[in-house]
Design a binder for this molecule. Structure first.
Ligand SMILES: Nc1ncnc2c1ncn2[C@@H]1O[C@H](COP(=O)(O)OP(=O)(O)O)[C@@H](O)[C@H]1O
Ligand SMILES: [Mg+2]
Length: 502
């Protein structure tokens, strides 16, 4: 065959391949339209599939038989491994709102921090975060969030899962970051708000223009848990009002492993126990509720290791919260399966233009009725990328990374300067899991780099794998110094108590 004919043939093949792909894409696009997802979401859902199924195995439904008081109900239902069916108004409302006109949506506020406010997008698994402060910091949150969610939910979670070394642990989830609005410049923020501002609540500057990002929503804890939390922890005089307060529907708890509630000034504790938005669960409460703090410590360690070594982010000011997410077993609602996409494509090739609901693949909607309670990581507007390459200022960069990591708005991590053996063991469990998980993630990265021809000298490789140990040592040093304890005194304390190092 002459070169010219061969080239022509190649062009022809490319053209027909291209057309075939276009038709396939049209099929996928129609299917996406049918299930009311964007193509990106559709593909993302498909990508998440094997992880979701692997994750599902960790969750069990609690047995509520004989649970009569709020504490007993909480002990059975509230854990980072339970799945609950909820018949609360929430699931109904979400379902009803799916068909609502998007122009008339009312975006209720579901959370607020010192930087931004978060609003639910009813009927969806998404929410909006808006700030009236710095657009730059919002942009950082968006970029960090995208990077961290991809690195943690996909890359690191897969590495941890495939290593088979952490069979009982679960990577905390990071909300997916979908898109941003009105972020280009001041004019675009104003324009976006002229069209959409009316959907925000009037209170708390809701209708004031500000940059907005759209991210995956952490679903609240189910009604049974919310009611029991109020009945068990709230001041009796405030319970009736709290039970009736709509705001308490957006209930998310914070997991504080590093502090007990008795260490909090009573007035502050009482104030914290007036709302279920960001309800703190201190170590003694986690024990009282039989939530097994060791499990939470291990999950937290996986999340931190993933943030550091898969995303290379220092995790400054990150929050660890307990919330839920829609839960599906493979054979129940099930994420969109490859078979369904294939079926959609086949249909699209034949009769895509009249794909009716009857002919379409089975509805693959998320159900808000079943919810898995788990640990999440949020809030990335202060976090920064750190240089993970092997630099000269090695000790300095480790010390800086540890200082930034430990700087959180709450005592999330277990404490190094433990008050008793349980607290020390909790720290050791966190530290050991962090080291092992970090090394697993780093090894996977090294292997991946090697596969594309990038290799380390074996001395450097050793050094890279030692970093997590240096971080833990630096962490111990930094916390002891904070409490005015010298390394010598600290070592003596461990020896006297016969406590072993991580
Ligand atoms: N993806 C989310 N889904 C549901 N609630 C959220 C989500 N992100 C944040 N929140 C709630 O809103 C609060 C404020 O959000 P956060 O990101 O911490 O803002 P800030 O940067 O102001 O601290 C959080 O503490 C949490 O209660
Ligand atoms: Mg915050």
């Amino acid at each position: 065959m002459s070169r010219r004919r061969e080239e022509a043939r190649t062009d022809e093949t490319t053209l027909s391949e291209g057309m075939k792909r276009n038709i396939e894409l049209e099929g996928i696009s129609k299917f996406a339209q049918h299930v009311e997802l964007t193509i990106d979401e559709l593909l993302l859902n498909d990508k998440r599939e094997h992880l979701t199924n692997a994750e599902n195995k960790h969750f069990t439904k609690p047995n509520l038989e004989g649970a009569t008081n709020p504490l007993e109900i909480l002990k059975r239902t509230l854990s980072v491994r339970s799945v609950l069916s909820t018949h609360s108004s929430f699931a109904e409302r979400m379902k009803a709102l799916r068909n609502a006109d998007p122009n008339n949506l009312c975006l209720a506020e579901i959370g607020c921090g010192s930087f931004g406010r978060v609003y639910e997008i009813p009927g969806t698994e998404w929410c909006l975060k808006k700030t009236l402060k710095s657009p730059e910091a919002m942009w950082i949150e968006f970029i960090n969030g995208k990077k961290i969610s991809q690195a943690v939910n996909n890359q690191a979670a897969t590495a941890i899962l495939q290593s088979e070394e952490f069979p009982d642990d679960l990577m905390p989830r990071v909300p997916r970051y979908l898109c941003s609005y009105g972020m280009e410049d001041f004019e675009s923020t104003q324009r976006w708000f002229r069209n959409n501002g009316h959907m925000f609540p009037v209170e708390n500057g809701g209708q004031k223009p500000g940059p907005v990002i759209c991210l995956e929503r952490i679903m609240p804890l189910p009604k049974l848990v919310r009611e029991s939390l109020i009945q068990h922890y709230f001041n009796p005089e405030k319970q009736a009002a709290a039970l009736a307060d709509e705001k308490n529907k957006a209930c998310i708890c914070r997991a504080y492993l590093g502090c007990e509630s008795k260490e909090i000034p009573p007035a502050k504790l009482e104030q914290q126990r007036e709302t279920l938005q960001n309800f703190p669960l201190y170590l003694d409460q986690l024990l009282e509720l039989e939530m097994d703090p060791q499990i939470i410590a291990r999950d937290m360690a996986l999340g931190l290791a993933a943030g550091h070594w898969a995303a290379n982010i220092d995790m400054l000011d990150v929050e660890y919260v307990i919330g839920s997410r829609p839960f599906m077993r493979e054979n129940e609602i099930g994420p969109i399966s490859k078979a369904d996409i294939k079926a959609a494509k086949e249909k699209s090739n034949r009769r895509v233009r009249n794909m009716s609901a009857k002919n379409a693949p089975k509805q693959q909607r998320l159900s808000f009725r079943n919810r898995a309670i788990r640990l999440w990581m949020i809030d990335f507007n202060k976090a920064e990328t750190f240089d993970a390459s092997l630099g000269r200022n090695y000790d300095k960069s480790i010390a800086q990374l540890v200082a930034n990591t430990r700087s959180t708005d709450g005592p999330y991590y277990p404490r190094v300067v433990a008050k008793n053996e349980y607290q020390w063991k909790l720290w050791v469990c966190f530290a050991r899991t962090y080291i092992r998980a970090s090394q697993t993630i780093l090894t996977e990265t090294i292997d991946r780099n090697r596969a594309i021809g990038l290799s380390y000298r074996s001395k450097d490789e050793e050094l890279v794998l030692k970093r997590p140990v240096y971080i833990i040592n630096e962490w111990i040093k930094a916390e002891a110094t904070e409490y005015g304890i010298s390394s010598k005194q600290f070592k003596k304390m461990l020896q006297d108590n016969k406590w072993e190092m991580p």
